[in-house]
Design a protein around this ligand. Structure first.
Ligand code: MG
Length: 331
């Protein structure tokens, strides 16, 4: 039997501007897993309430009772990868392929032109925008950016739009502007015919909506070109098999979670880069700056669009993890 310990933490979002006094706080837990042979690995457990995940206490008490959610299942899979590396005294990152990341913009209305200039000069090729909150205003900002800056954009609607709203949104952009949208993630709720009907505007990418697909009945060619893989939430091997089966591209992203989760996502991305260099696009592991930095974030080096220098064995953080106060997960 695997034995588990947990350590609950909070991540506080960075205020989007100086007027925001109480930025949202998110709760998760670090997990330490010890296998019967003594090997020990670490992972993150970061429920996202807007995706319908049970909160961290519920997840931990289910784990104590031997019941796994898809999140805890992935945490254990990741912890095992870490444990094997630690046992062999290997680092997950030394000598690995470099994975380039997009720049994540969570609020495009507070993103300034000087910030854009800084991003461009530090080597990013693509920006990913979280959109769908105020589509009419967003599309104006996007059109202006595309006119002023030679950048590629990724848009993530998290299924916030309706079919008609999405058409209006895309038709508000000129054809040349749409051509600079690398892909659009989850524009609206999954429906094979509706997705097919809008696939001509810009390539579609599937993220959370993939859970709703009846893969047995899905006919080829599929209306999306890219699959988003979040190792904290999705079975990576199954997802990669689908990428190969349907001739897709893939993007590994963190779950906007704790730096331990970010390090795991990066490790999965570097491995996929090594074995599938042509199918892995720029990734989305650089989500640390969404939150107020904690001591784990402080030891990660970020150089432009690259994360590097997480020292130690496995996914790193050896000293910090050893000094973490752990509580046994038990009934
Ligand atoms: Mg997404």
């Amino acid at each position: 039997m695997i034995q588990f310990w947990s350590h609950k933490y909070q991540l506080q979002e960075m205020p989007s501007d100086s007027s925001e006094k109480h930025p949202p706080i998110h709760e998760g837990a670090l997990l330490k897993a010890v296998w019967p042979d003594g090997k020990t690995g670490y992972a993150d457990l970061f429920p996202v309430r807007k995706f319908g995940d049970a909160d961290v206490d519920t997840q931990l008490s289910a784990l104590a009772n031997g019941k796994l959610s898809s999140l805890t299942e992935q945490s254990i899979w990741l912890a095992k990868r870490d444990a094997i590396l630690r046992k062999n005294k290997q680092s997950a990152f030394v000598g690995m392929a470099k994975v380039k990341n997009h720049f994540l913009v969570t609020d495009l209305f507070t993103f300034t032109d000087s910030k854009m200039a800084e991003i461009r000069s530090s080597g990013y090729s693509t920006l990913k925008l979280k959109v769908g909150f105020d589509p009419e205003e967003e599309v104006k900002v996007i059109s202006r950016w595309l006119k002023q800056h030679p950048i590629m954009l990724r848009l993530d609607f998290n299924s916030r739009l309706k079919f008609d709203d999405y058409q209006v949104f895309m038709l508000s952009l000129q054809q040349g502007e749409r051509a600079r949208i690398e892909f659009v993630e989850d524009p609206f709720s999954w429906n094979a015919d509706a997705w097919k009907a809008v696939a001509e505007f810009a390539p579609l990418a599937i993220d959370n909506e993939a859970e709703k697909i009846d893969w047995e009945k899905l006919k080829s060619p599929v209306p999306f070109k890219v699959m988003i893989i979040k190792p904290a939430r999705t079975d990576v091997e199954k997802a990669v098999a689908k990428v190969n089966q349907y001739g897709l591209k893939m993007v590994v992203t963190s779950s906007m979670d704790h730096p331990v989760g970010v390090a795991h996502a990066l490790h999965v991305a570097t491995e996929l880069k090594k074995f599938n260099p042509n199918t892995l696009l720029d990734c989305g592991c650089l989500t640390l700056r969404v939150y107020k930095p904690n001591e784990f974030a402080n030891v990660i080096q970020v150089t432009g669009p690259y994360l590097s220098g997480i020292k130690g064995t496995g996914i790193g953080f050896n000293e910090l993890l050893e000094n973490t106060p752990w509580i046994k997960v038990q009934r």
